[in-house]
Write a new protein. Structure first.
Length: 252
């Protein structure tokens, strides 16, 4: 099973919070979504998508199948598109979404957009997901240097999000769980500001999930908090496999 803690903060600049997170331990489901399209629209998109994923997983009789998350995100995409087409004030809304589904021995991970999932295990921080952004999918292939990408005018442009196209691209992964393994799901308001080194430092220096989450939020706010900041932290507890395995990560 997964011990869980979640926290969201509007940051230091924006008056509203378009991020949304869901902790559903009875389903083994945990997710983070980062809405876009303006205050009301972004909030609506992230909440609708998250609740739809929860509903689909709850109704599913095949929780052991990685397809349940794919099906759930596809249904979330349809509902966000439908809601936007029915209300002109919601036109252009969309959301990222990254979810983890715990099935006991494995965790299924699915993501759309640039909200990330990390693993921290045996002192090592590993990014599970791949950002669906211009920087990741175009900029790096063009050979643009990392330092230039950090200030590039296209650095915040998503190449995919829930609610922007009926042709949804979902990245999915399977993680073999080990006792003590930790996960971080977060919006770009955290990973884009704190950075991988900062995240790894906080994970290494603090064991308590709640304090770790609060430290991550505080670090992002101390760096200016230009965006909404959301973190969901998970830890594998009471796992049947007693010995410590290296991280086994498979992309579906």
């Amino acid at each position: 099973m997964l011990e869980a803690f979640g926290l969201s903060d509007p940051g230091c600049v924006r008056p509203n919070n378009e991020d949304y997170y869901l902790l559903a331990p009875s389903l083994g489901l945990f997710l983070v979504a980062d809405g876009m399209g303006g205050a009301a629209a972004g909030e609506r998109a992230s909440q609708l998508a998250s609740q739809t994923v929860g509903e689909v997983v709850w109704r599913s009789s095949e929780l052991s199948s990685p397809e349940v998350l794919i099906t759930a995100l596809e249904e979330a995409n349809r509902r966000v598109l439908t809601a936007a087409s029915a209300d002109t004030t919601l036109e252009g809304m969309g959301t990222t979404l990254t979810a983890v589904l715990d099935t006991g021995s494995q965790a299924y991970v699915a993501s759309v957009g640039d909200s990330r999932a990390y693993i921290y295990h045996q002192g090592q921080l590993i990014i599970i997901t791949e950002d669906q952004t211009w920087v990741q999918e175009v900029g790096k292939k063009l050979g643009i240097e990392e330092a230039q990408l950090k200030t590039h005018p296209m650095r915040h442009v998503l190449t995919m999000a829930i609610g922007v196209s009926d042709q949804l691209r979902i990245n999915s992964y399977v993680v073999q769980l080990s006792e003590g393994m930790q996960f971080l799901l977060c919006s770009d308001g955290l990973h884009g500001v704190v950075g991988d080194d900062g995240i790894a430092e906080i994970f290494a220096n603090e064991d308590n999930l709640e304090l770790k989450g609060k430290n991550l939020i505080d670090r992002a706010r101390a760096a200016g908090g230009p965006d909404n900041i959301t973190a969901v932290l998970l830890r594998v507890v009471n796992h049947s496999n007693d010995h410590q395995e290296p991280v086994d990560l498979t992309q579906e």
